[in-house]
Design a binder for this molecule. Structure first.
Ligand code: SF4
Length: 617
C-alpha cells in the first residue's frame, strides 16, 4: 500500500521556523483539530470566494467531512464551527456567549449569511455531509498562486476541483489516504454549476493546510521565513544555544523578533495596549492602530503575556462555573467544587500544590469542553496542562529563590505579570511576598538545586517588586521554552490525536510543560531537554478514545494527570547529575512511530477503548 503523504512529510527534515504564536493560539473549545481548524478552513474558503468575487454569485455551499472529522465531528462541534466560519467568524475573535444564538438562528431558518453579508440556504442534512468510512484520498496536485489576505491567512486563486462526492462508496477506504481530518468545501451557482471548491486538512492544534500546501513535494507555508536560529531537531537547538551562550528561551525570543515582520502570524495584543474596554472583545481583537509602537522584545513579551492573560481568564471561568457540560454525557463540572474544598482544607495538606495543579488543568478543560475561550497549547484537548503549570509556578514557587512555597487558604490568588494587569483574579495566583518567603515546601524545594543559566535576553522588567519582575521573567522563559519543544513535535511528528493518539496532545503538552518549568526555574538547557524527554517517555502509546466523541472523558482528568506528570519530569531532570540515555529527538521519533503503528480506531474515532466499552448515559 502506498505510503500516506503525511508520513512522508513528517519524516522530511526541514528547518523549524513555526512561530510560538502559531502553536499557542486563542480559540474556542472543544477541539483544535475538529473545531478551530474547520472553522478557520470555512472562513478561509469564504474569504477565497470573496477574493475571487464569487460571494454574490454563490447560491449554496456543500461541505464534505471525512475520516475523524466525520466520525467525531458532531461531538467536537465541527458542524457548528463550519457554520460560524462560513458566517465570517474567526476562532480568536468570536464571542463565545453569542455562539448559541447564532447557531440556533441558522438552524431554525436553514439559512446562513456568507461572510455576514450574503444569505444562502444551509440545511445541514443536505449541505453538510459526513463521510464516516473514508478519508480524503490523494488527488492531483493543483497549482494555486498564494496571495496574502489582511488577517494573515493565506488564500489562493481557487483551483477547480471535482464536484462533491456522492457518498462513501465513491472513494473506498482501500485508496491511499492523505490525512484523517480532511474536509472539502464547494460553492455552487443558482444553475447548479460548480463555482469553486477547495480541500483542507486540519492537521492538529488548529493548523490547517490546503490540498496544495499538503502535497508532499510542496514547500511548507513557513519555509521561506528567515530566523537567526533555525533548528530542525532538539540536538541542533542545543548546539545553537550553546554556541551563542543562550538559553532556549533567549533563542526562541530572537527568532520571534525576526518573525515580527511576517504578516501571516497573528499575535494577541498586550493588555497594556488596550485603549478602552469597548474595543476589547479579547486580546486578539484589538485593532493594531490602537497599540502604541513598542520595541520588538516588548512586543513579543506583551503578546506572550496576553496569551497568559487569556489562559488565566479560562481558568477563572472554569473555577467559577458550575453545571453540566454540553453533549449529552451529563458530565458535571468538577473544578469549582474541588477548588472550594482545597481552599478550606488544602493549607494543611503538604500535597495541596499537586491538587491545585490538577484542578487548574481541569478548570481550563471544562471550559474548553463547554465551548469557551481557551488557548491551544498545543491543542484544545490538551489546553489545560500549560496553564496549570504556569499557575503552579506563579503560585507555589518563589521566583527569587526558585524554592517551593505552601498554599494557605487565606492567601489571595492574584494575577501576575501581564503588562497593565495587576489586578487580582480568582485562581490566577501571586501570593503575598512575605508569606511566600516565610516557608518552603520540601516537596518542591529540590527544584532550586539546579545550576542557573540566567537569561541574557529575557530579563526582568524594571516594574513592580523584584519578586514580580522575577516571576514575569520566569513565566516568559516558561512559554518561550515550551514553544520550542512543541514546535519540535509539530514539525517532526504530530500534535494531532487523529494522527498519533493522545500522546500527541496531552503527551506533547506534558513534555512542553516539563521543559518549560525547568526553564522557569532557571535550569540548564540540557535539563530542559531531559525533562521534555522524560515527560513524553511516560506518555508513549496513549490512545485517543473520547466517550461519545466529546472532549470530556478521559480528556478533562487526563490534563490534570499530564500536568502533575510534567512536574515529576521537571523535578527528576533537575535532580539528575549525569547524562541520560534517551534524547528528546529519539523520543519524538518514537512517539511518531508508535502513533503510526496505533490502530486508527484508537485515534480520535471513538470506535474503541473507553468510547466503546463505556455505555453513554
Ligand atoms: S483523548 Fe486526548 S487526544 Fe483524544 S480528544 Fe481527548 S484530549 Fe484530545
Amino acid at each position: 500500500m502506498p505510503t500516506p503523504a503525511h508520513r512522508v512529510r513528517a519524516r522530511q527534515v526541514h528547518v523549524v521556523n513555526t512561530s510560538l504564536f502559531e502553536l499557542f493560539k486563542i480559540g474556542i473549545g472543544p477541539s483544535s483539530s475538529h473545531t478551530v481548524g474547520p472553522m478557520r478552513a470555512a472562513l478561509r474558503f469564504a474569504r477565497e470566494l470573496d477574493a475571487a468575487n464569487l460571494v454574490d454569485r454563490t447560491h449554496h455551499i456543500v461541505v464534505d467531512l471525512y475520516g475523524s472529522l466525520a466520525l467525531t465531528g458532531i461531538g467536537h462541534g465541527t458542524d457548528r464551527a463550519i457554520l460560524l466560519g462560513l458566517s465570517g467568524e474567526a476562532p480568536d475573535s468570536v464571542d463565545p456567549s453569542a455562539i448559541e444564538a447564532k447557531i440556533a438562528d441558522i438552524r431554525s431558518t436553514s439559512k446562513l449569511s456568507l461572510l455576514g453579508r450574503h444569505p444562502i440556504p444551509f440545511h445541514e442534512p443536505e449541505h453538510l455531509l459526513l463521510h464516516r468510512n473514508q478519508m480524503y484520498p490523494i488527488a492531483a496536485k493543483p497549482t494555486p498562486s498564494l496571495t496574502p489576505v489582511p488577517d494573515g491567512e493565506q488564500t489562493s486563486t481557487l483551483p477547480t476541483q471535482p464536484a462533491p462526492s456522492s457518498g462513501p462508496e465513491a472513494q473506498p477506504e482501500s485508496q491511499p489516504s492523505t490525512h484523517p481530518n480532511g474536509l472539502r468545501l464547494s460553492a455552487f451557482a443558482s444553475d447548479g454549476s460548480l463555482l469553486a471548491s477547495d480541500i483542507f486538512y486540519s492537521v492538529g492544534g488548529g493548523f490547517i493546510v490546503s490540498q496544495a500546501e499538503f502535497h508532499p513535494d510542496a514547500p511548507i507555508a513557513s519555509s521561506s521565513r528567515s530566523v537567526p536560529y533555525p533548528f530542525s531537531s532538539a540536538e541542533q537547538l542545543l548546539e545553537l544555544a550553546g554556541r551563542d551562550h543562550l538559553s532556549i528561551a533567549d533563542l526562541v525570543l530572537a527568532n520571534e523578533i525576526a518573525l515580527l515582520s511576517d504578516p501571516g502570524i497573528n499575535r494577541p495584543r498586550s493588555p497594556a495596549s488596550k485603549p478602552c474596554p469597548e474595543h476589547s472583545e479579547g486580546p486578539a481583537a484589538l485593532p493594531s492602530t490602537f497599540a502604541p509602537p513598542q520595541p520588538p522584545r516588548q512586543q513579543i513579551e506583551g503578546s506572550i503575556l496576553a496569551l497568559w492573560s487569556t489562559m488565566q481568564i479560562s481558568t477563572d471561568r472554569g473555577l467559577a462555573t458550575e453545571g453540566i457540560l454540553p453533549g449529552g454525557l451529563n458530565v458535571r463540572r468538577r473544578a469549582p467544587r474541588l477548588s472550594q474544598k482545597l481552599d478550606t482544607a488544602g493549607s494543611r495538606d503538604p500535597l495541596a500544590a499537586m491538587d491545585w495543579v490538577t484542578v487548574y488543568a481541569m478548570a481550563v478543560n471544562e471550559e474548553n469542553a463547554a465551548g469557551g475561550r481557551v488557548v491551544t497549547a498545543p491543542t484544545n484537548g490538551a489546553a489545560g496542562v500549560i496553564p496549570a503549570i504556569a499557575h503552579f509556578y506563579t503560585r507555589f514557587i518563589d521566583p527569587l529563590t526558585n524554592q517551593g512555597i505552601p498554599h494557605t487558604a487565606t492567601e489571595p490568588a492574584s494575577g501576575i505579570a501581564s503588562p497593565g494587569n495587576t489586578s487580582t483574579a480568582p485562581g490566577s495566583p501571586a501570593p503575598a511576598e512575605a508569606t511566600r518567603a516565610a516557608s518552603v515546601d520540601p516537596n518542591v524545594s529540590a527544584l532550586a538545586q539546579a545550576n542557573s543559566t540566567a537569561s541574557r535576553i529575557v530579563a526582568p522588567e524594571a516594574t513592580g517588586t523584584p519578586s514580580e519582575a522575577a516571576r514575569r521573567a520566569g513565566l516568559l522563559r516558561y512559554f518561550l521554552t515550551a514553544a520550542a519543544i512543541g514546535i519540535l513535535y509539530k514539525e517532526n511528528a504530530s500534535i494531532s490525536g487523529a494522527e498519533v493518539g493522545c500522546q500527541g496532545e496531552v503527551g506533547v503538552a506534558c513534555s512542553m510543560a516539563a521543559g518549560g518549568l525547568v526553564a522557569a526555574l532557571n535550569g540548564t538547557n540540557a535539563q530542559v531537554e531531559h525533562a521534555a524527554e522524560i515527560a513524553m517517555e511516560h506518555n508513549l502509546g496513549m490512545t485517543c478514545d473520547p466517550i461519545g466523541g466529546l472532549v470530556q472523558i478521559p480528556c478533562i482528568e487526563r490534563n490534570g494527570m499530564g500536568a502533575v506528570k510534567a512536574i515529576n519530569a521537571a523535578r527528576l531532570a533537575m535532580a539528575e547529575t549525569e547524562g541520560h540515555k534517551l534524547s528528546l529527538d529519539q523520543i519524538i521519533e518514537t512517539m511518531y512511530r508508535t502513533g503510526m503503528d496505533m490502530q486508527s480506531r484508537y485515534k480520535e474515532t471513538s470506535l474503541a477503548g473507553l468510547a466503546l466499552n463505556i455505555i453513554e448515559c
